[in-house]
Design a protein around this ligand. Structure first.
Ligand SMILES: Cc1ncc(COP(=O)(O)O)c(C=O)c1O
Length: 380
């Protein structure tokens, strides 16, 4: 253990857990009690502090208690779990939904449970670490296509797909570190041509993008499994897969992430349900996020920054050098913004960045000050 830690420290890559305390005015307070605007978190619609969501969560604790008391297959499926799954399935227009404890835990166990030794998995190069861990845990063969390069995807399928094994294509819709978007229509056509199962991780799309926030895969029947999380625009915790009733039955029987863990507690299911019930009425917040993010992207590009291919509320300011990213983040913190630097191994060498996010909870005056604060912290 010592040697890798020493190496991390020597390379200035040691990660530490910093404490940020939310205050009543919507700021995050750092360890010196400085007030910061959050431009790093994933609470895109500000629902983590929505009064109705909090109230419903508290009501659920009062009625059902603090714990779920068992795994989903033992005593952990309360009426709340069923309501959440049923209502989410209706909202997303899918036959069934299965709720998991977190997006990470879902992705690892779900992908592993769908892969046997004849399975070929086709991944976008920038898929989230949880999806990669799932592929490594499963018995299938992993092929990674160049980021959003669908000719490369097709070339790999042509070379490796066979009739005696399942092909599974896995992509994110909004990519978590670059904020760019996959072309689900093209991928669906390819999936059709090669009879592949198509899995789309909508962690950063659900709640914000698509018809009433139902994500980019909404209405796309060719997408077999839609993966979502409650930890981002729902402002809470947990995850779900929307799929066919048969797939839900398979996962309930064979996915270790459902079978071998205590179910999410009533407080969390309650906040997820509370947030879900608000979702159809939040177009004003979605419009604000989308509009403000477009404004920020435009400003940053005008100022000459490289924002990768971002077209969403996730906006990387790619600086390249690791130390530059740390230094700029520190300067921004002194100016009142929490903009976390993202460095290797999370992103590729030479692409260190500030990963900015836009939430509807970010005050307009803070948004307007951000481009100048960045240019004062890092001159091109
Ligand atoms: C694309 C993607 N999938 C899955 C996850 C994991 O979700 P959770 O935070 O619920 O574990 C994340 C979170 O960072 C993500 O960005």
């Amino acid at each position: 253990m010592d040697q890798p830690l020493v190496a991390r420290r020597e390379n200035d890559r040691l990660r530490t857990l910093r404490v940020y305390r939310p205050d009543m005015e919507g700021y995050l307070l750092n360890d010196r009690s400085a007030k910061l605007f959050d431009v790093s978190g994933n609470d895109y619609l500000g629902l983590s502090k929505h009064p109705a969501v909090k109230e419903f969560s508290i009501e659920c604790v009062n009625y059902y208690g603090c714990g779920s008391t068992g795994s989903r297959l033992i005593t952990g499926t309360t009426p709340l779990h069923k309501e959440l799954e049923d209502e989410l399935a209706v909202w997303l227009g899918r036959e069934a939904v299965l709720v998991f404890n977190s997006g990470y835990q879902m992705n690892v166990s779900l992908i592993a449970s769908l892969s046997d030794k004849n399975t070929h998995l086709y991944y976008d190069k920038k898929n989230h670490n949880s999806l990669i861990q799932g592929a490594l845990l499963g018995k299938g063969t992993l092929h990674r296509y160049k980021h959003t390069d669908y000719s490369h995807l097709e070339e790999l399928l042509r070379r490796h797909s066979s009739t005696n094994g399942r092909s599974i294509i896995v992509t994110e819709s909004v990519f978590s570190m670059d904020g760019d978007v996959a072309d689900l229509r093209v991928i669906s056509e390819i999936a059709d041509r090669y009879n592949a199962l198509l899995i789309v991780d909508e962690a950063h799309a659900t709640g914000v993008w698509g018809d009433d926030g139902r994500g980019f895969a909404y209405g796309m029947e060719r997408v077999d499994l839609v993966l979502g999380t409650f930890g981002k625009s729902f402002g809470s915790f947990g995850a779900f897969v929307a799929c066919s009733a048969k797939m839900k039955e398979y996962l309930t029987n064979f996915c270790s992430g459902i079978i071998y863990t205590t179910a999410l507690p009533p407080s969390v299911i309650g906040s997820n349900l509370g947030a879900l019930r608000l979702m159809p009425d939040l177009n004003h917040l979605r419009t604000k996020v989308i509009h403000n993010a477009a404004w920020l992207r435009r400003k940053l590009v005008e100022q000459g920054y490289h924002i990768s291919g971002s077209v969403s509320q996730i906006i990387p300011v790619v600086l390249g050098n690791e130390n530059d990213s740390i230094r700029v983040a520190e300067k921004l913190e002194k100016k009142g913004f929490l903009a976390t630097p993202i460095r290797p191994p999370t992103v590729e060498q030479g692409t260190s960045r500030l990963r900015l996010t836009v939430s509807s909870a970010l005050p307009e005056n803070a948004l307007e000050r951000l481009p100048l604060a960045i240019s004062e912290s890092y001159e091109l």
